[in-house]
Each structure stands twice: as C-alpha cells, then as structure tokens.
Unconditional design. Structure first.
Length: 123
C-alpha cells in the first residue's frame, strides 16, 4: 500500500510540474510553448491569430475604400463645376449677337436674315 501512495504522489507531482507558474523568463526562452496546456490550445491560438490578420486586413481595405471615395467625391465636385462653366460658355457663345460677331471675324460673308422664317405646309 505504501507503494500505491508513492505512485499517486509522483503522478500529482508530474501534473504540478506542467502547471507551474509562468515567468517572464519562460516566455522569453520559449519553454512555455512546450507545455501540454499550451500545446493543447495551439489550434485555438492559431485561429485567433488568423482572425486578427483578417481584422487588420479588413481595416486596411476599409481605409483604402474611404480614401478612394473621398477622392472620387472631390473629382465629381470638380467635374460638376467644369460642366456648369462649359454650359455657361456655350450659352453665351450661342447668343445671336455672339454668333454674328464670330461670323464677321471669320470673314464668311454671311448676312443676318431680316425676314422671319416661314413654315412650309404640306398638302
């Protein structure tokens, strides 16, 4: 019977050696990785590392999308202003008085019609 108590005592001692407190030295020299409790949790730790990498990548992607969106919004504002300016210039250039000035400056020998246009009727 004494031998059984010794065996139980040795087994509990072996379990306690795996569960001893972690020190900073154990972390630095890497002995913490060889413990059975850490080895058993390794798939979960790798899963958490994978999720962290996905999270970081998603954050970078979202920031890039926001930068692109801001750049495109500024480009739309610039193009809208350019469109309004171009439409205004076109309206000014298509006025009758401006057309007459351009025709005279180009020496096309065209004259302004004094008679109003007539409607052609079909029978």
């Amino acid at each position: 019977m004494a031998k059984e108590k010794d065996i139980e005592f040795i087994d509990s001692k072996a379990e306690n050696s795996d569960e001893k407190k972690t020190s900073f030295k154990d972390i630095l020299d890497g002995t913490i990785i060889t413990r059975s409790s850490i080895v058993n949790q390794l798939p979960f730790i790798l899963f958490l590392a994978f999720l962290a990498a996905i999270y970081i990548g998603n954050t970078y992607h979202a920031e890039r999308v926001v930068r692109d969106l801001t750049k495109l919004q500024q480009e739309v504002k610039d193009l809208r202003a350019e469109s309004i300016t171009t439409a205004s210039e076109l309206m000014f250039m298509s006025k009758q008085s401006e057309v007459i000035k351009m025709v005279r400056s180009a020496n096309l020998n065209l004259e302004e019609s004094v008679k109003p246009p007539i409607k052609i009727k079909r029978y």
